[in-house]
Design a protein around this ligand. Structure first.
Ligand code: ADP
Ligand code: MG
Length: 627
C-alpha cells in the first residue's frame, strides 16, 4: 500500500458473503477461475456493445481478449482483459457493496438455515469473491474504456473486512486481477492445470483466452489461444458435446447443476436467428418469490454481439424458468429496450421461442418421463399460469399439465388430461375434478363418494394456483371440465339413481329436508337430497356459477370484498345421523344435530367455523348422551 492509498471498509454484507463463499466453495475451489473469466468475458461483451456507437473506444483496434499468466516466483496468477474496465465509483459500487436484493434475501435465508449451499452462491453475483477461496490477497487494477491514463484505479484486499483504493496511471484500458495464492494452492501456478480448467469450464467463451506458449516448462513471450473462442451457439449441433452444452449453461445461468434439457435451433428464412434454450433441473433459490420481477438468464445477441438480458421481452412469464441465448440477425444493433418492445420482429421471435420450449417439453413428456416429472415438480406451478396467459397455445399447454387423481395411489403420481380421457367410462362426456386445500383433504372428500362407487376417476386439484387455473380451463379436447362440487351431479347413465328413483327418494325425505330447512334457516340457501353421497351424512355444494369457497377465502385474504354467498346443503337420507334427526322430537337436540351436519360439511371443505366453541359443545353433548 502506497501513501496515496485509502482504506475502506466493506459493507457488512460483503464481509458476510466473503466469509460464506470462502468456506462453502472450498470443495469446488477451482471455479474461481471460471468466475473471473466469466467477468472478463462480460466486460468484453459490454465494450463491444458500447463500441457500436463509439468505435474509438476499441482503441488501437486490438481484438478483445482475456490473458491468463502466472509468476511462479511471486506466486501470483493474473487474469487480464481489455474489456470495458471500471471507474473508481464503479469499483466501489461493484466490488465493495452488494447491490442485488437477491443476495440480501439469500443471506437472510442462510442465516435462518445456518448452512451455506454452494449451489446457490453463483446465482447472486458474488462470483468475484470466489477469488479469496484460493488467494489471501487480491489486487485489481482497472481503467475504464475511454478514460484518461491517469484515471486508473488500484483495488486491493486480503478479504477480511477492508480494502484499499488508489488512483494511478494505467497504460491500457481494461481490468487486471492478480491473485496472491495461499500457501497450499500451488496447483494454480501450473500452466497445464490452468489450461485444463479453461478447457473444462470456459471453452465456450466467445473471446480468445490466451496463455503464454511454454518451452521446456518455461513460459515464453509468445501467446497462444487455449479455448474454442467462438460463440457456442454459432457452432453446428453435431460438433457440440453434452459437456459443452452443460458448461455453457452453467456460465449463462449461474447454476452449478447441469440443466435438465436444452433445445438448439437455427432458423433461416424471413427471419434469421439462433436460439439455445435450457430448462434448469432445479428451480433457483427464491424463484417463486423474487423471481418474477428479476428475470435474468435469457440473453439477447444481435449478430453475435451481446445486447441485453431480455427474458421479459423474449418469453412470457409462465416460461420464466427458461435460460439461454437468442441471437438475431435481423434486429438493429442499436436496439434499446424501448425500441425492442415496438419491433415487429420481436413478436415472431417470442412466438418461436415459446414454440421451441413447448416442443422440448412435449419431447420430454413423450420420451423421458422421469425428466418431465422433474420439470413438473420444479416448475409445474409456474407453467400452469400459461393456461391463462398464453391463449394461442392453451391447448398445447393443457396437454402438458399434470394432476393428482383418484386413479393413482398418491400425490406424487400425476396424470395428464389425455390419460384421463383414455380412461373415461362409456357415456362419460365430462372431465371431473375437485379442488381442495391439500391432497389428503381432496382424496377424503365426501364429494367423491358416489363417483368412486361408480368407478369414475376424478382429478384432484390441490395447488394454490389450481383454484384460479380451473376458472380458465373449462374445456380440453372437446370435453368440458366439471367441478364435482358444483350443481347437479347426474350419475344415472353410470347406473346411479335415475330420475324416477331420485324423485322417490326426494319424496321419502321431504320430511327431514323440510325440518332441516326450518332449523338452519338463513344459514343455508337450501337443503336437498344428494346424489353425491354414499357414506357421509351431508356435503355443501355450489351453484354452477358460484365462486368456490377456497377462492372466496383467497380473495378475502388478499383484502378483496367478496359477496356473501350461502351454501346449499345436500344430505344423505340413509345416514344414521340424518335418520336420528328425522326422529328427534326435542327441538333443542334437533337443532344441535342440524347444526352439526352443516358444520361438519363446512369443515370438510376446508372452511373455518364461525363459532367453533358452539360446535365443540354440541359434539360433546352428543357424545355424553350417547354414552
Ligand atoms: P456478477 O458477475 O454476477 O455481476 P461478480 O461478483 O462476478 O458478479 O462481479 C461483480 C461486478 O464487478 C460485475 O457485475 C462487474 O460490474 C464488476 N466486474 C468484475 N470483474 C470485472 C472485470 N473484469 N471488468 C469489469 N467489471 C468487472
Ligand atoms: Mg461474475
Amino acid at each position: 500500500m502506497t501513501a496515496s492509498a485509502q482504506t475502506h471498509k466493506f459493507e457488512a454484507e460483503v464481509a458476510q458473503v466473503l466469509h460464506l463463499v470462502t468456506h462453502s466453495l472450498y470443495s469446488h475451489k477451482e471455479i474461481f477461475l471460471r468466475e473471473l473469466i466469466s467477468n472478463a468475458s462480460d466486460a468484453c461483451d459490454k465494450l463491444r456493445f458500447e463500441a457500436l456507437g463509439k468505435p474509438e473506444l476499441l482503441g488501437g483496434g486490438s481484438e478483445l481478449r482475456i490473458d491468463i499468466s502466472v509468476d511462479k516466483d511471486a506466486r501470483t496468477l493474473t487474469i487480464r482483459d481489455n474489456g470495458i474496465g471500471m471507474t473508481r465509483e464503479e469499483v466501489i459500487a461493484n466490488i465493495g457493496t452488494i447491490a442485488s436484493s437477491g443476495t440480501r434475501r439469500y443471506l437472510e435465508a442462510l442465516s435462518a438455515e445456518k448452512k451455506a449451499d454452494a449451489n446457490l452462491i453463483g446465482q447472486f453475483g458474488v462470483g468475484f469473491y470466489s477469488a479469496f477461496v484460493v488467494a489471501d490477497k487480491v489486487t485489481l487494477t482497472t481503467r475504464k474504456a475511454g478514460a484518461e491514463a491517469g484515471e486508473g484505479v488500484r483495488w486491493e484486499s486480503a478479504g477480511s473486512g477492508e480494502y484499499t483504493l488508489e488512483t494511478l496511471e494505467i497504460a491500457a484500458c481494461g481490468t487486471t486481477v492478480t491473485l496472491h495464492l495461499k500457501a497450499d494452492e500451488d496447483e494454480f501456478l501450473q500452466a497445464w492445470q490452468l489450461r485444463s480448467l479453461v478447457a473444462r469450464y470456459s471453452d465456450h467463451i466467445g473471446f480468445p483466452i490466451r496463455m503464454p506458449v511454454e518451452k521446456d516448462g518455461k513460459a515464453t513471450e509468445e501467446w497462444e489461444v487455449v479455448n474454442q473462442a467462438s460463440a457456442l451457439w454459432t457452432r453446428p449441433k453435431n460438433e457440440l458435446t453434452d459437456a459443452e452444452y452443460q458448461n455453457f449453461y452453467k456460465h449463462i445461468a449461474h447454476d452449478f447443476s447441469d440443466p435438465l434439457a436444452w433445445t438448439h435451433n437455427r432458423v433461416e428464412g424471413n427471419q434469421n436467428f439462433t436460439s439455445l434454450l435450457y430448462i434448469p433441473s432445479k428451480s433457483p433459490f427464491d424463484f417463486m418469490g423474487g423471481g418474477r420481477d428479476e428475470r435474468k438468464g435469457l440473453k439477447l445477441y444481435v449478430k453475435r454481439v451481446f445486447i441485453m438480458d431480455a427474458a421479459e421481452q423474449l418469453l412470457p412469464a409462465y416460461l420464466r424458468f427458461v435460460r439461454g441465448v437468442v441471437d438475431s440477425d435481423d434486429l438493429p444493433l442499436n436496439v434499446s429496450r424501448e425500441i425492442l418492445q415496438q419491433n415487429r420482429n420481436l413478436d415472431k421471435l417470442k412466438a418461436a421461442c415459446v414454440k421451441r420450449v413447448l416442443d422440448l417439453l412435449d419431447k420430454l413428456a413423450r420420451d423421458e418421463p422421469e425428466k418431465f416429472a422433474t420439470f413438473w415438480k420444479e416448475f409445474g406451478q409456474v407453467f400452469k399460469e400459461g393456461v391463462a396467459e398464453d391463449f394461442a397455445n392453451k391447448e398445447r399447454i393443457a396437454k402438458l399439465l399434470r394432476f393428482a387423481s383418484t386413479h393413482t395411489g398418491n400425490a406424487e403420481q400425476t396424470v395428464s388430461l389425455d390419460d384421463y380421457i383414455g380412461r373415461m367410462k362409456a357415456g362419460q362426456d365430462d372431465i371431473y375434478y375437485l379442488t381442495a386445500d391439500g391432497y389428503a383433504a381432496a382424496k377424503g372428500s365426501p364429494q367423491l363418494e358416489a363417483l368412486k362407487a361408480h368407478g369414475i376417476e376424478v382429478l384432484l386439484l390441490t395447488d394454490r394456483i389450481d383454484e384460479w387455473l380451473s376458472n380458465y380451463l373449462n374445456e380440453y379436447a372437446g370435453k368440458k371440465l366439471r367441478n364435482v362440487a358444483k350443481g347437479d351431479l347426474d350419475l344415472s347413465k353410470f347406473g346411479g339413481a335415475n330420475e324416477e328413483k331420485r324423485k322417490e327418494a326426494e319424496k321419502a325425505a321431504e320430511g327431514v329436508v323440510g325440518k332441516l330447512k326450518e332449523l338452519l334457516g338463513e344459514r343455508v340457501r337450501g337443503v336437498r337430497v344428494s346424489a353425491r353421497l354414499t357414506d357421509s351424512p351431508a356435503v355443501l355444494v355450489l351453484d354452477e356459477h358460484d365462486m368456490s369457497p377456497a377462492m372466496q377465502r383467497l380473495l378475502k385474504q388478499a383484502g378483496h370484498e367478496v359477496p356473501e354467498s350461502r351454501p346449499l346443503l345436500e344430505i344423505n337420507p340413509t345416514h344414521a345421523l340424518v335418520k336420528r334427526l328425522e326422529g328427534e322430537s326435542d327441538i333443542a337436540r334437533a337443532t344441535d344435530l342440524g347444526m352439526l351436519l352443516l358444520e361438519q360439511a363446512q369443515i370438510l371443505e376446508g372452511a373455518a367455523l364461525e363459532d367453533p366453541a358452539a360446535y365443540v359443545r354440541r359434539v360433546n353433548s352428543l357424545l355424553v348422551n350417547a354414552g
